[in-house]
Design a protein around this ligand. Sequence first.
Ligand code: LLP
Length: 417
Amino acid sequence: MSEFPLVREQIGGVPIRQLVETYGTPLYVYDLSVIERQLAQLAAFDIVRYAQKACSNLTVLRLLRERGALTDAVSAGELRRAELAGYPLQGDPPPVVFTADLFERGTLELIVEQGVHANLGSPHMVAQLGERAPGREVTLRINPGFGHGHSRKTNTGGTHSKHGIWHEDLESCLLTADRNGLAVSGLHMHIGSGADLDHLSQVCRAMRDAAMQVGRSVKSISAGGGLPVPYAEGESPIDVDGYFERWDATRRELEGEFGHSVRLEIEPGRFLVAESGFLICEIRAIKQAGPNVFYLVDAGFTHLARPILYGAYHPMSLCAPFAEQRSMQEVLVGGPLCESGDIFTQDAEGIVRPQTLPKANVGELLVIERTGAYGATMASNYNSLPLAAEVVIRNGTPELARRRQTIDEMLAGEIVS
Ligand code: LLP
């Protein structure tokens, strides 16, 4: 079977029809065996720290904890998720690292009180934590002055990026840390999602330079996230061994300089979960506009925002009787939202880009594939559409991991006086 099938009957051994009969549509389904397979590929790294923003569903997070991954949190909400998934908030190495470019007031308090290790992305964070919690060990996130991303919006290094401490400010941050008795025990660089091996060598050099500047207090370096996955035919999987080798060489060089061991962390989100996830929707209308055929489905950009935000391409397949015997056609796929950008088949400029799919009928199921990363976690309630249900497949058996939001739940916080 092609890696990008146009017809799909099952996910993780469970018939899609059965999933839809039980849970309805739109429905996110995660095949946990795929997550386990991906995690196993990163075994050479000392620590795999899962960037839960990619898919923070508690069942997924718990599985990753059980399989030995630590986690990263970027908000008080993600810290709570980590706790609920069974992570202690303190430990050595830190089970949970809080990474951000600013401290919201309440979150700073939480981090101080709970002793959460923080990865600081701005000089003000260094000063604010130093004032409240002198004596702590911290990690500094550095913006090395360049970046890379699958889209301008996911590039997190360089002068236009709000992320990390600008490399030229490292010295003054070290002074601030010193004055407040903070020990810089870690350095972190995440320059963007989808970085390739050439960029990586550049990042490794920048990491070595920054670590040399900080000196022997550095006990860990983090490669950040950004490991890409193939989303389309012709895109090949990342050379994980090459990725590791470059970082390992950097780590060894620093160990030689410092005379003690340096832990090598990686912080992937997408790599672990993207390929595990499928968004199943029902085709509710089919129509033609001049030469264009539209399949209109019951999921919109409220459920999967990547196409409208980045022009991200997601492969799709049809689940329907005898679908493999049908002729193919070029189609556009759109959702129910009252907004013309609610199209899953578009490029970064918002130009519609048809995809080839088998001819379909209303009532049949369309599967938007490779949606495990930044799918459900970026969902919204625009147009007052409730969030989709989420199901995991564990050892060939489906389990509900989040029930479908009801309209009453969606409205629960609103006050009519
Ligand atoms: N570490 C840090 C500090 C990050 O900011 C991120 C992603 C990661 C790790 C994980 O990156 P990954 O391995 O998943 O590429 N919504 C966008 C991606 C935004 C990524 C934000 N930060 C998308 O749908 O492509």
